[in-house]
Design a protein around this ligand. Structure first.
Ligand code: BEZ
Ligand code: FE
Length: 297
C-alpha cells in the first residue's frame, strides 16, 4: 500500500496549483521519476497559467493527443513525429551526443532505418530501381587526430528519386532499395553509388500533419542521406549529409540540419570520369564527405 506518511495537505488553489500537486510526489519510489514529473508538472502548470485555455480549448488538446495515440501502431509512431516537429527529438539528441570539436555531429534517426540491410563491397550501387540522377558518395572515416579508421560499419539509407523510402512503398520499390552496409578498410575510405536524393514530406496524413498545416508550416525535409557509423571504442554517429541546393535546406520540418552536415554535390560531366565510374548518363553527382569519430564517452 502507498503511504500517507509525510504527505502535505493537498487543498487545491489556482495560485499554488503546481506546489500542491508535486507535494503529493514526496513518497515516489523512483527519485528520477519524481524529478521528471515535478518538472513536467511545474512547466505544464506555468504554461496553462500563461495560456488560460477555455474548457473547449483544453478538450481540443486532449482530443489531439488521443488522435495522436490512435495513429500509432508497430509501423507508425505519431508521438515521435510530434517530438520531431517540436524540435524535442533534436534537443534530446544534442544533450546525449555532446562531442569534442571536430567530431561528426548527430542528427535525427527518423523512422525508416531497417536493421538488416545487406552488406556490400565498397563501390556497389545501392539504387535498385534505376530511377534518378547517378551519384558517387565517398570520403574517409577518421579519428579526432586525423588517423584513418579501419573496420567502421557504415549503414546508409536514403529516399528514392520520388522522395519515398523502400519501406514506404513495399511492392513498388525493390526491397532494400537505396540502403546498404559498408565497412572501411585500412585506409579508412568508403565509397558507394546511389542517386541524388530529393526532398520529401514527413508522414503528414495524421494529427501532426494537421497541426503543421494549422501552424502554416510545411512538412518537408531537405534532401539527405542517412548514415550510422559504428566501431567498438567509438561513439556511434547517427547522422545525415544534406544537399545545400535543396529549397528546404534552411527550414527542415524536423530541425535536423546542422551546418557541419551540409555536403557539396559536384556535377561531373567529363566523359572519361563518367566512363571510369561505370555510368552511362551525361553526368553524375560527386559527393565527398568525411566523418570523424570520437572515442566512446
Ligand atoms: C527521416 O529523415 O527519415 C525522418 C526523420 C524524422 C521524421 C520523419 C522522417
Ligand atoms: Fe530521411
Amino acid at each position: 500500500m502507498n503511504s500517507l506518511e509525510g504527505l502535505p495537505v493537498a487543498y487545491f488553489s489556482e495560485h499554488d496549483s503546481a506546489d500542491v500537486v508535486v507535494g503529493q510526489n514526496v513518497n515516489a519510489k523512483n527519485e528520477r521519476l519524481r524529478q521528471v514529473m515535478d518538472s513536467v508538472t511545474r512547466h505544464l502548470h506555468a504554461a496553462i497559467k500563461e495560456i488560460e485555455p477555455t474548457q473547449e480549448e483544453w478538450f481540443e488538446a486532449i482530443q489531439f493527443l488521443t488522435k495522436t495515440g490512435h495513429m500509432c501502431d508497430d509501423w507508425r509512431q505519431e508521438y515521435i513525429l510530434l517530438s520531431d516537429v517540436l524540435g524535442v527529438s533534436m534537443l534530446v539528441d544534442a544533450i546525449n551526443s555532446r562531442r569534442p570539436v571536430g567530431a561528426s555531429e548527430n542528427t535525427v534517426l527518423g523512422p525508416f532505418h531497417v536493421g538488416d540491410s545487406p552488406e556490400y563491397e565498397m563501390g556497389t550501387n545501392i539504387c535498385l530501381d534505376q530511377k534518378g540522377e547517378d551519384m558517387i558518395v565517398r570520403g574517409r572515416v577518421l579519428d579526432v587526430d586525423g588517423n584513418p579508421l579501419a573496420g567502421v560499419k557504415i549503414d546508409v539509407w536514403q529516399a528514392n528519386d520520388e522522395g519515398f523510402y523502400d519501406v514506404q512503398q513495399k511492392g513498388i520499390q525493390p526491397d532494400f532499395n537505396l540502403r546498404g552496409v559498408f565497412r572501411t578498410g585500412e585506409d579508412g575510405t568508403y565509397w558507394f553509388k546511389a542517386v541524388r536524393p530529393k526532398h520529401y514530406s514527413i508522414p503528414d496524413d495524421g494529427p501532426v500533419g494537421a497541426l503543421l498545416e494549422q501552424l502554416g508550416r510545411h512538412p518537408y525535409r531537405p534532401a539527405h542521406l542517412h548514415y550510422i557509423l559504428s566501431k567498438d571504442g567509438y561513439d556511434t554517429v547517427t547522422t545525415h549529409i544534406f544537399d545545400p541546393d535543396d529549397i528546404y535546406i534552411n527550414n527542415d520540418a524536423v530541425f535536423g540540419v546542422k551546418e557541419s552536415l551540409i555536403a557539396e554535390f559536384v556535377k561531373v560531366e567529363d566523359e572519361a570520369r563518367i566512363k571510369e565510374a561505370g555510368f552511362t548518363n551525361a553526368y553524375y553527382w560527386d559527393v565527398d564527405f568525411d566523418f570523424v569519430l570520437a572515442p566512446k564517452s
